[in-house]
Design a protein around this ligand. Structure first.
Ligand code: ATP
Ligand code: LTN
Length: 334
């Protein structure tokens, strides 16, 4: 059996990843580089669907790559690259878009949410096409599993449908990928509004903890996180969504179960629990922040890592694309 392949992507749309990105996705990426043939991509093409500033995009793309290194990705163990360095993504996107129904794309809930916010007239066609480009990212690498948070499940379903449709119409070409979603961390909630996910675009500054945030500010936000009626530290999605979210974050970072924590904090109040959690978050993020700063300090080396990643990615993507062109019926360019 060949080593199974994973691929995932993260958008360079903020100056830092947040705790939801880290626990829901990036931490799994780090673990999977040990057991899988892993490709991780800073998806800058996806980052221009809502309007952007070129200088900011350039900075955030490097900051995103540096944070991946800071979080523990090792370019010797995995391939880290920037999506726009591999033109095959845009090329396969086009082919897949011609297999996607207009109605099918219109049903994507992330598109519906984000276009409603932007206003139907101002939302770009790029935003509409976003999930099809994501499918291209995944299928180009013959990916077996895609480590992401819960919010990406629908996009992965579309990806599987498109792969099956292509294979059926043009002959076996793509591996059908599956989601790799770790239940307890798949949807970290906003600290101020546990009904919504912690998110770069939707959370208020108080609701979101950034990976690169300074320790005092992290402590403040955790101390002020919304808790629920009563004083009991107990997981209960319905009655105690705020405390449940904090318990999940704690359990994930400490490597213990929520049940263990419920026992440990039985009879104590929210205060001590939040203080311990704040210490834990600060201690977990500090080394990531330091390594990210180191990676950013040597821009030439960072760009070299990305160039090497792009070369490895193009090798795989190029092979898939040659097959796709032939299957679709494009003439060889000779
Ligand atoms: P936006 O709010 O702009 O949609 P985002 O905060 O969701 O952005 P992305 O770059 O879209 O960030 O997501 C990167 C990865 O992090 C994805 O795999 C996504 O599923 C995961 N993720 C994002 N937010 C959370 C969260 N609150 N809990 C768990 N995983 C999350
Ligand atoms: N849409 C994803 C980012 C993304 C992605 C991918 C994830 C773009 N391409 C390919 C997994 C595989 C998001 O997190 N919002």
């Amino acid at each position: 059996m060949p080593t199974p392949r994973v691929l995932s992507g993260i958008q360079p749309t903020a100056d830092s990843f947040h705790l939801g990105n880290y626990l829901g996705a990036v931490r799994q990426w780090v673990a999977l580089q040990e057991t899988h043939d892993a490709f991780y991509c800073v998806v800058d093409l996806h980052a221009i669907t809502m309007g952007h500033d070129p200088a900011v995009l350039r900075r955030r793309s490097r900051v995103a790559a540096a944070q991946l290194l800071g979080a523990g990705l090792d370019p010797k163990r995995c391939t880290i690259f920037v999506q726009s360095h591999v033109p095959e993504h845009a090329e396969l996107f086009w082919v897949l878009s011609c297999l996607t129904g207009f109605g099918e794309a219109s049903r994507m809930t992330q598109f519906k949410d984000k276009s409603a916010k932007a206003g139907a007239e101002t939302a770009s066609v790029g935003l509409f096409n976003y999930p099809i480009l994501q499918a291209a990212d995944i299928l180009l690498y013959q990916t077996d599993q895609v480590p992401v948070g819960e919010d990406q499940r629908q996009h992965l379903e579309l990806t599987r449908d498109l792969a099956q449709r292509f294979n059926h119409r043009f002959g076996e070409t793509f591996v059908i990928p599956g989601p790799y979603i770790v239940k307890d961390v798949a949807k970290i909630a906003d600290l101020q509004d546990p009904a919504i996910k912690m998110s770069k675009s939707a959370s208020s500054p108080q609701g979101i903890v950034d990976v690169l945030e300074d320790p005092a500010s992290i402590r403040r936000k955790i101390t002020r996180a919304v808790t629920d009626m009563g004083t009991e530290i107990r997981a209960d999605e319905e009655a105690k969504p705020g405390v449940t979210n904090l318990l999940r974050i704690y359990a994930a970072l400490a490597g213990v179960s929520v049940a263990d924590l419920e026992r440990r904090y039985a009879g104590t109040g929210y205060g001590a629990f939040k203080k311990d959690l704040a210490d834990l978050v600060v201690d977990a993020l500090a080394p990531i922040r330091e390594r990210t700063e180191e990676a950013l300090a040597d821009e030439a080396e960072l760009d070299r890592v990305l160039a090497e990643g792009a070369a490895r990615a193009r090798d795989v993507a190029g092979r898939t694309m040659r097959l796709v062109r032939e299957r679709v019926g494009f003439l060889p360019a000779r």
